[in-house]
Design a protein around this ligand. Structure first.
Ligand SMILES: Cc1cc2nc3c(=O)[nH]c(=O)nc-3n(C[C@H](O)[C@H](O)[C@H](O)COP(=O)(O)OP(=O)(O)OC[C@H]3O[C@@H](n4cnc5c(N)ncnc54)[C@H](O)[C@@H]3O)c2cc1C
Length: 146
């Protein structure tokens, strides 16, 4: 956040017509909420919505069930998005390059040279890895990462 009064969270309402409201929080505020627990996160989300929409937000969400995820402390996630350090985006291509003639491949959102941090990038890099593995099994060299 750059200003004191700036919103800490962003929200997506009614995704694909579902009666859900999703809030996103990152950075130091997210770590603080994570330490304080899900009730603190819910209180923060409700306060953010109240600041944007006034008391109507409380009325609309009264009694609504809440689910808080905490990827930072999930041992299989340990955060939200992968990222390359500034100037190091080329490392993604290197990470996605098959090793041992295609017998060892890394795939996923961090490995795509252009679509990093997206489902599309993760999916495509998985397909490339699968093709490389099949090529290795067939005894042909893997295609280079596009
Ligand atoms: C809040 C948020 C919103 C997003 N919104 C969008 C969006 O709108 N559009 C979009 O394209 N992308 C979005 N993304 C990004 C997208 O979700 C990811 O880029 C994508 O899911 C990454 O896929 P992946 O297969 O590389 O990794 P993951 O989906 O993270 O899969 C990795 C899997 O490996 C498992 N794992 C980890 N360690 C181990 C281990 N040691 N042993 C066994 N299993 C393990 C994990 O549990 C997990 O299931 C969003 C991400 C976040 C966090």
């Amino acid at each position: 956040m750059e200003r004191e009064d700036e919103a800490a969270m962003t929200f997506i309402a009614w995704p694909f017509g579902q009666d859900h409201l999703m809030g996103f929080l990152g950075g130091p505020a997210a770590w603080e909420a994570s330490r304080e627990g899900p009730a603190a996160l819910e209180a923060l989300a409700r306060a953010e919505l109240r600041a944007a929409f006034g008391p109507r937000a409380d009325a609309a969400l009264r009694g609504a069930p809440v689910l808080a995820s905490d990827w930072g402390n999930d041992p299989y996630a340990r955060g939200a998005y992968s990222h390359a350090r500034p100037g190091r985006a080329a490392a993604r291509r290197i990470l996605g390059t098959p090793l041992a003639g295609g017998r060892l491949c890394f795939a996923g959102e961090a490995c795509h040279p252009r679509l990093a941090a997206t489902v599309g990038g993760a999916w495509e890099s998985g397909e490339w890895a699968a093709h490389a593995a099949l090529a290795a099994l067939a005894g042909v060299p893997p295609e280079p990462v596009r």
